[in-house]
Design a protein around this ligand. Structure first.
Ligand SMILES: NC(=O)c1ccc[n+]([C@@H]2O[C@H](COP(=O)([O-])OP(=O)(O)OC[C@H]3O[C@@H](n4cnc5c(N)ncnc54)[C@H](O)[C@@H]3O)[C@@H](O)[C@H]2O)c1
Length: 432
């Protein structure tokens, strides 16, 4: 048996912990040998889960890098603004890299990361999890098999979810572009990447975009509302009340996301959540935050050969990130609702449906892990990366440097269109 792939983790937050959990499922395939995070709570949680020796615990990624190369790969799960420096530096040291999306917050930094990986001959996988979702992979297979003929038009919707948006993009880490990144990059780089992937080799020639911050602004604050939900006399009538989203949830025993991420230095319970809402960012009135990222944005794209695509991202939805897509082809129509794919054939006038298969993975000591939706995609992302490193086979990575760079550059061009109020004619974006 070959030895497990040794990984080090930069950023032990949500994503760092999630990717690391693969080592608990498959200890024979991956071992977490070091972790870096300035938050002691996050760092020690991972240390306990993976029995990491004290000498391999670091307060930041830079100190971890000072050590001579001591692992095969690094999982870079730091905040958006902290991707480029570690990615370039670890690439130069010869680490294979799983880099969370977005690759970086500027086009230049994305190019620099790809160049560093190519020059150092290391593998790069970007956290475009949806590419690993079995049903989404099926869509690509159906397109490539000619199930709907030539693609004519793609319509794709990302419903973010009203409380998810309030949590992440009004009160939370991705609310402010200067501190993280713009919404199309932070949230919808997945979607632009999928559209780009489905269209195939044709490059995007023109793009236009509109979008704005709606509703979550001071001018919409109801009369009589307080600056914090715990003191608000009209909180009961507010769908975005932090008391409802977090405190009532934890009182009902729910300690998973989003409750799990609001107490930076302890596990969530009624006491710690109350304290977080009293003093931290997640207790703020949604009309009194320093948010500036779009809550609704559309992107129209024209690809070579006249293929068109229309993308919408909207915060104000019941559904949470359950994408809806229709792909119109010359011979049929394919629709996807997050749970099933339906293909209607114009010639036979028949339709065929494929549903997501709920399955389990059998791991350590025959423990089974339920695999559905995002969980399945997350599992397949890290599984593919570890397999690629173990077998020295970059073809196992479905979100590698070149394609991911092209779709990221398209996101930057779409945002440029929105900011400049004009159609952007895309340059030839092939990486040099
Ligand atoms: N692929 C996806 O679907 C997906 C989903 C959510 C988030 N993300 C991305 O993953 C990244 C991490 O997101 P998250 O939700 O885990 O955030 P998080 O805030 O939970 O985790 C980030 C961690 O990085 C740590 N950190 C900060 N500075 C550091 C430094 N100098 N060295 C080491 N660690 C440092 C923080 O203390 C924190 O624990 C972000 O870029 C985010 O956009 C991707």
């Amino acid at each position: 048996m070959t030895s497990p792939v040794r990984v080090i983790v930069a950023g032990a937050g949500c994503r760092g912990e999630l990717h690391s959990s693969y080592a608990s499922i498959h200890p024979e395939r991956m071992k977490v040998v070091a972790v870096a995070d300035p938050r002691k709570f996050a760092r020690t949680k991972l240390q306990k889960q993976h029995n990491i020796p004290d000498e391999n615990m670091f307060e930041d990624w830079q100190s971890m890098l000072e050590r001579d190369k001591f692992a095969d790969a690094v999982l870079i799960c730091t905040p958006d603004q902290l991707h480029k420096e570690p990615a370039v530096a670890f690439a130069k040291e010869g680490y294979h890299i799983l880099l969370e999306k977005p690759m970086a917050t500027t086009a230049e930094d994305c190019v620099a990361i790809v160049e560093a990986c190519i020059q150092s001959g290391v593998m790069l996988s970007v956290g475009h999890v949806l590419r690993y979702d079995p049903l989404i992979r099926k869509i690509k297979e159906l397109i490539d098999a000619g199930a709907i003929g030539d693609i004519i038009h793609i319509q794709h919707l990302e419903p973010v979810g009203y409380y998810h948006f309030a949590h992440s993009f009004v009160r939370g880490n991705w609310r402010n572009e200067a501190e993280s990144s713009f919404a199309l990059l932070a949230k919808s780089c997945h979607d632009i990447d999928l559209i780009h992937h489905w269209v195939g080799d044709r490059r995007c020639v023109k793009v236009s975009s509109f979008g704005s911050v709606s509703h979550f602004q001071k001018k919409h604050k109801p009369t009589g509302a307080s600056d914090r939900c715990l003191d608000c006399p009209i909180e009961e009538k507010c769908p975005y009340s932090a008391r409802k989203i977090y405190l009532n949830s934890v009182k009902r025993g729910h300690t998973g996301w989003p409750v799990s991420v609001i107490c930076p230095s302890s596990s969530p319970d009624v006491e710690s959540v109350t304290e977080a809402l009293r003093t931290g960012p997640y207790g703020r009135c949604v009309y009194e935050c320093d948010n500036d990222v779009c809550s609704n944005q559309i992107v129209n794209m024209e690809f070579a050969g006249g293929v068109t695509a229309a993308f919408s991202m909207v915060a104000f939805t019941e559904e949470l990130c359950r994408r809806k897509t229709t792909i119109y082809g010359s011979k049929g129509e394919l629709s996807y609702d997050g749970n099933e794919i339906r293909v209607f054939d114009f010639l036979t006038q028949r339709s065929e449906t494929q549903r997501a298969i709920q399955h389990t993975v059998v791991g350590k000591a025959n423990r089974t892990f339920s695999m559905a939706g995002h969980a399945a995609a997350d599992y397949h992302l890290i599984h593919a990366f570890i397999s690629a490193v173990a077998n020295n086979d970059p073809s196992l990575i479905r979100s590698g440097p070149e394609e991911t760079l092209l779709s990221h550059l398209l996101v930057f061009e779409a945002e440029r269109s929105r900011l400049e109020g004009r159609v952007v004619y895309c340059e030839d974006r092939k990486p040099s």
